[in-house]
Design a protein. Structure first.
Lengths: 357, 303
């Protein structure tokens, strides 16, 4: 029934109804967010509706978008969706009108290609969005709300996203402090699997950095904290070892990467102290990541041979530089994606014409 | 006209030109922070090496042995060894940009060797020369190739160290391998080069002690000093008493010295059996043995 409806519709009936971070502030986007239950509820309420054809709902932190193919009038489909959303999200229709944008035809394809490629993301070039689009596509397939037109369009968007990531620099360089730290660790050690990490203190950024490092294969983790019980708790979560802050000298001697994240008013590691601790391992590089303000590691440590010190400002600067470089790539990506979208649009048109005869 | 392209010097010059093309090809990419297609770079270097090998083969046929008779041939042999090592060993190291640096140095040395004065004396036929002596010479120069790569890897190490210290990662800095990887490769190359040079010296020593060949004091002292310097560096590396950056500078410096020692090596080989290429260059062929002169085994035993 769904496939039959869809194939009889021209691609002009392709529509998009939704809100993104570009137009809608966070406080309103929160109200539009779909939980898993709401999502299933949405598909159940809309599936098989005579005035709604193919449907796919993409819900992320930065967007809530419904891609669809109207069996008859796209505007009529929009009105039905408006009512469904109002009921599911418990929002007045006027609020939805303030937030949600509606578009039809080729711009929808172009927009989807931009979204899947990360061009339209808050953090330009981020790769997670492609996974989110794929997950939304999989859910819609499971709910049987996808027909040939959306199927083809989304498959092509995945290909376009892959092409953009491979052939442009849109995803080059890391743009978060944690990821930048991991990338730098790669410049020092190459393979991180054998690296020994020492975390001094605790903190959200430190934990995120450690999670990123573990994502690159790091397993040898030691956590030092002034409160030993906190170190033990963190060690349990990150499958590491705990050590009291007073006994960190041995851990420093053995560490390849040290992350400082304490609230200590004075540096924990000074250059002379570090020099004496590293005397027995002059050939082994040491990467210091200082995420604290005030700083945990004396700035003079960076003058020691084979020691590489990066503080929170250094990491932030690198992240911003990478983001700027990504922004420079946007225009080139957009042009390529526009060409691909045009090509697909023409193919979809000819496909529909040939299927009518 | 076509015969010109099949002359040994032309082929070797084309080889050097291709190394230069490979270098600039990669440079175009890294300057724009883009990764280069490694297969194309590798292909250009392979083609250059094949042309150089063909040129050296023709020269080898002409002299009846390994072409190591003058500065041109010696430099070409060092370049040939350097590129061979990159092609065989470099790919297993998986070091990005090693080909870039390698082709740059190969082009530089290869083109430098083409200075006409370097190739004005030629040995025409090497009949009667001990195979072991030739192997000794070839191994010694091959070790120079290893030390050339060691110097390149050291330069890469210093650039990576600079980029990490100065917190800059654009252009060539973006693609450099990690500090740890470069340090490990440095050590492996040092051991390999030292081993090959040791075998070469051993072969030369055994040969000389058996009464074959002639020992030239300048060549002997310079080569032995070089060997000793590398040995000391290996000892310091083993004792962990020299910082990695200082080591890298030492390897680069020593390779430059090694290039200078090619002078005494060439002088000794020129005196070994020079045969004038033609009558016009005969005056240039009269290479004078070093002031200290050759030491025959008989002379040594009489002491």
């Amino acid at each position: 029934m769904l496939a039959e409806n869809a194939i009889n519709n021209a691609p002009d009936n392709l529509f998009l109804y939704g809100a993104t971070h570009r137009e809608v502030p966070l406080n309103l986007r929160e109200k539009l967010a779909f939980t898993e239950e709401r999502l299933i509820d949405f598909y159940r309420k809309t599936r098989g509706h005579p005035h709604l054809g193919e449907l796919l709902l993409l819900n992320t932190c930065n967007r809530m978008e419904i891609y669809g193919v109207a069996p008859q009038s796209a505007l009529f489909s929009k009105e039905i969706l408006r009512g469904s959303l109002s009921a599911i999200l418990s929002l007045p229709r006027e609020t939805l009108d303030q937030c949600l944008q509606f578009s039809m035809g080729k711009p929808v394809v172009e927009h989807l290609f931009n979204v899947a490629s990360g061009i339209d993301s808050l953090v330009v070039g981020e790769a997670e969005i492609l996974g989110q689009v794929k997950a939304a596509y999989a859910t819609a397939r499971t709910e049987d709300t996808i027909g040939p037109l959306l199927n083809r369009t989304f498959q092509k968007s995945f290909q376009a996203a892959k092409w953009v990531r491979t052939h442009t620099d849109i995803g080059k360089g890391q743009v978060s402090v944690g990821s930048v730290a991991v990338e730098l660790a790669g410049h020092v050690f190459g393979d991180l699997a054998d690296c020994r990490i020492l975390i001094i203190g605790a903190g959200e950024i430190a934990e995120r950095t450690l999670t990123s490092l573990q994502g690159r294969g790091v397993t040898n983790v030691t956590i030092a904290n002034r409160t030993y019980s906190k170190a033990c708790e963190a060690a349990r979560i990150f499958h590491g070892r705990a050590t009291p802050l007073e006994d960190i000298e041995t851990a420093v001697r053995e560490a390849d990467i040290i992350i400082g994240s304490t609230a200590a008013p004075e540096p924990i590691l000074t250059a002379p102290k570090l020099k004496s601790l590293l005397a027995k391992r002059p050939l082994q590089p040491l990467f210091l990541i200082d995420l604290s303000v005030p700083r945990n590691f004396d700035q003079n440590c960076e003058n020691l041979s084979n020691v590489y010190l990066y503080n929170i400002d250094d990491l932030g600067t690198l992240a911003r530089d990478n983001l700027k470089a990504r922004h420079k790539e946007i225009e080139a990506c957009r042009k390529s994606l526009e060409l691909r979208a045009t090509h697909l649009w023409e193919r979809l048109g000819s496909q529909i014409k040939s299927s009518k005869f | 006209m076509l015969g010109f392209f099949f002359e040994d010097r032309t082929l070797m010059a084309l080889g050097a030109l291709l190394y230069g093309i490979a270098f600039f090809f990669v440079l175009l990419f890294v300057r724009r922070d883009r990764s280069h297609p490694p297969s194309i770079t590798y292909g250009i270097v392979v083609l250059g090496w094949l042309l150089q090998t063909a040129g050296m083969y023709l020269r080898g046929l002409e002299v009846g042995g390994c072409p190591l008779g003058n500065a041109f041939e010696i430099l070409q042999f060092v370049v040939w060894s350097l590129v061979l090592l990159y092609l065989v060993v470099g790919s297993s190291f998986r070091v990005s940009l090693l080909g870039f640096f390698c082709s740059g140095l190969a082009a530089l040395l290869g083109l430098f060797s083409l200075i006409p004065a370097f190739d004005q004396t030629r040995r025409e036929w090497m009949e009667g020369v001990s195979v072991w002596i030739e192997l000794h010479a070839a191994l010694a120069l091959f070790s120079y190739g290893v030390f050339a790569i060691l110097a390149l890897v050291s330069a890469m190490f210093l650039l990576r160290d600079y980029s990490l210290k100065k917190k800059t990662f654009h252009g060539v800095f973006h693609f450099l391998p990690s500090i740890k990887q470069l340090e490990e490769i440095k050590y492996r190359l040092l051991v390999t080069g030292l081993l090959i040079l040791s075998v070469s010296l051993l072969l030369g020593g055994v040969n000389w002690s058996q009464g074959e060949g002639t020992l030239y004091t300048n060549k002997f002292i310079s080569t032995l000093a070089l060997w000793l310097c590398y040995l000391i560096l290996m000892f310091l590396r083993w004792r962990q008493t020299l910082q990695p950056a200082s080591q890298a500078w030492a390897y680069i410096g020593l390779f430059l010295i090694a290039l200078i020692t090619l002078g005494p090596v060439n002088a000794s080989r020129g005196a070994f059996a020079p045969v004038p290429d033609d009558s016009d260059t005969s005056s240039l062929n009269e290479t004078t043995p070093s002031q200290s002169g050759p030491i025959s085994p008989e002379l040594r035993t009489s002491h």
